[in-house]
Each structure stands twice: as C-alpha cells, then as structure tokens.
Design a protein around this ligand. Structure first.
Ligand code: PMP
Length: 361
C-alpha cells in the first residue's frame, strides 16, 4: 500500500493557507498585549485555592455538566432562570461550537471588520463562509451596510462583540436591536469586556429568541483558568451541547472558578481600579502630540500614531509588549492597542512612548 506523505493531498486547502494563531513571547516583559487583568488575587483567596488544589479529585474526570459551577455563575452574573448556560474552555471554544453547529454548506458567519479575529478564523476552521462588514471610519457600526449585508447573505450566525475588540467602543444598542430583528439566524453578542463597560444585553434575552449572549472570566481576572459561557434559550444550547466534548472544563477550573466567584467583590474592585487607570491613560495619551486616541469602554485602548510598527518594535526592545494592528485592516493603519495594566506598568508605558515620540520628530 502506497502511503500518502504529502499533507497537501489530505489537509483542506483553506487550512493549508492559514497561519497558526501567533502568541508572542513575553517572558520578563511588561505585558500589555492580551487584555489580561494585571492584578493577582489577595493572599487569603490564594490560600483558599491552594487548599482546594491540594485535595482536588484530579484522579477523576470532572463533572461533565459542571452543575455547581453553573449555579455559582448564575448567581454571580444574575442570569435569568429561563435561560440555559453552556460552558466552554474559554469563549473561543464556544465560538467554535456555534460555528460547527451551523456549518451547513454555504452557511455564512457574519461580523464586522475589524472585529475579534477568532470570528473569522473559526468560520474558516468550520468551513463556513465569512462576511466582514467594515465599520465606519470613526469605527462605529455601519447599520445601513449591516442591514444590507444581512439581506444579501442571510447569515446563519452573526457575532458582535460589545464592546468591540480591537476598537474598544460599544456599538449603539439600538443598532444591535435592529440587527437582531432583521437577521434570519442567530446573533451572538460577545460581552467579553462587560466588566469594564457596565452595560449588557442580558435583559434582552427574553425578548429575542435568536439572541445569545457570550461571556468570559478571562478579562476580569481568570484568563489562565479558561472559562467562557454562553447564555440563551435551551432550544439553541441543547444543540450546541451535543458538540461539546464531555470534559471540556477541568476539575481545577471548576473548583477555582467557584472559589473566586464566592468573592466577586475582589474582581469588581480590580475592574474598578482598571477603569480608573483607563481614564488616566486616555487623558495622558490624548495629551501627546502626533497621536490620536480612540475612546474605550473596555480594558484596552486603541491609538493611532505615525510609524506604528517602528514604535511597537522600539517599545518591545525596551521591554514593553503591546499589540501592533498596523496592516491588520485598512481601518487600522498605524494603529496600536495597549491593555490597561497596573499604575506602574502604565506609567512606564506612557513615559517610554512619550520619549520615543519626542525622539522621532
Ligand atoms: N471575545 C472577544 C471579543 C475577545 O477579545 C476575546 C479574547 N481576546 C475572546 C472572546 C476570547 O476570550 P477567552 O477565550 O479567553 O474566553
């Protein structure tokens, strides 16, 4: 039997054309590239977690339904009793489940551009068609273009992040409602940054049968645990559950998330500190010459500056890692994105950026 030894004969061409998601090395750097919460948990909570970890039944598979964790999440996030909850290994995995479930031949996944890159990437993974509707030049939602695209492409699924990544802004709620009403398919509102925005579409779930809400614990302080959730009617979630691998949320994640959710005041206080720092950074960036900053309702800030790639590289050489978005989309030419860190990290970032800008007259 002659065996094939060339991946191109086996692997799907759209996969061969992709690059793996790149995560830059950050050891020893001031890490402001990935929207993480910069604060550790308080010592008392760390001790509680250490005790839980010591006796965790890791010789056994986790509860496949994570019933206790779901109950904690329902209470902490004020999830309506009428809605079902599905858990993922991060919300990334939930995007993938939804796409897999909807991936009929020619089915369309629609979002805006620029948006969270995983919407587009996962559409490709699942063999769905991706349609990205450009935002307006001020990075607000182009509702006319969206409604036109919905009519033309009849998307099975629309993903919209609220606030949006990488732009940081909240789209108009009224425009989102128009989209939900106009679409024949599901609309997933991705509220990854809800902790920093203070608004939510949770109270709209009852009203719209095609609306689903996605959350994650990553941005508010538990990125390393990998826990995302989808909230919506069981008529949808029961179908996605069929695709969910039985033990996708591990024993440690279940235990630690529950422990932290017993102290939501800790995460809320950290989010408040991040919001105060955001205001501070926005003001300081706005005061810099040769730089334009966009408003933010998230824990990161988008700004535009001449020679963005060079500035990104110089910051990196000086030990500060942010995100370079130059070249990612025409609306993001010369754009950089910085996550709000601790006051010390932010001060160092701002001072270094200021020096670089002054030297590059
Ligand atoms: N949605 C949005 C809008 C994001 O920006 C991110 C992370 N960058 C995610 C989802 C994924 O988060 P996680 O998989 O950590 O839950």
């Amino acid at each position: 039997m002659a065996h094939l030894n060339n991946p191109t004969e086996i692997i799907r061409p759209e996969l061969l054309a992709l690059h793996a998601y790149h995560v830059p090395a950050a050891t020893g750097m001031i890490k402001l590239d990935a929207m993480e919460n910069p604060y550790a948990l308080p010592q008392s909570l760390q001790n509680e977690i250490a005790q839980l970890a010591a006796t965790a039944p890791i010789n056994r598979y986790p509860d496949p339904n994570a019933a206790d964790l779901k109950a904690s999440l329902r209470e902490a996030l004020d999830i309506p009793d009428s809605m079902a909850v599905l858990l993922g290994n991060g919300s990334d995995e939930i995007i993938q489940l939804i796409a897999m479930a909807a991936a009929k031949p020619d089915a369309v996944l629609l979002s805006v551009e620029p948006a969270f890159v995983m919407f587009r990437m996962i559409a490709t993974f699942a063999d769905m068609k991706y349609v990205g509707v450009p935002l307006k030049t001020n990075l607000s939602l182009d509702i006319d273009a969206m409604l036109k695209a919905i009519e033309q492409h009849r998307p099975a699924v629309i993903f919209l992040a609220y606030p949006n990544n990488p732009t940081g802004n909240l789209f108009e709620e009224d425009a989102l409602l128009q989209i939900i009403e106009a679409t024949p398919g599901i609309v997933v509102i991705d509220e990854a940054y809800q902790a920093f925005a203070g608004v939510s579409m949770m109270n709209r779930l009852e009203q719209y049968p095609n609306l689903l809400l996605m959350r994650t614990l990553s941005k508010s302080g538990l990125a390393g645990l990998r826990l995302g959730l989808l909230i919506g009617r069981s008529m949808w979630l029961d179908e996605f559950e069929k695709l969910r691998l039985p033990y996708n949320v591990g024993v440690m994640t279940q235990l630690i998330a529950q422990a932290v959710l017993r102290h939501t005041d800790v995460l809320t206080a950290q989010a408040e500190r991040i919001k105060i720092e955001r205001t501070n950074m926005l003001a300081q960036l706005a005061a810099m010459d040769k730089l334009a900053v966009y408003p933010s309702d998230a824990n990161f800030i988008l700004f535009r500056v001449n020679n963005a790639t060079e500035i990104f590289q110089t910051l990196k050489q000086k030990g500060i890692l942010i995100k370079n978005l130059d070249g990612a989309h025409t609306l993001l030419d010369n754009c950089l994105r910085v996550t709000v860190g601790t006051p010390e990290e932010n001060a160092q970032f701002l001072a270094t950026l200021h020096t670089i800008l002054r030297e590059k007259v």
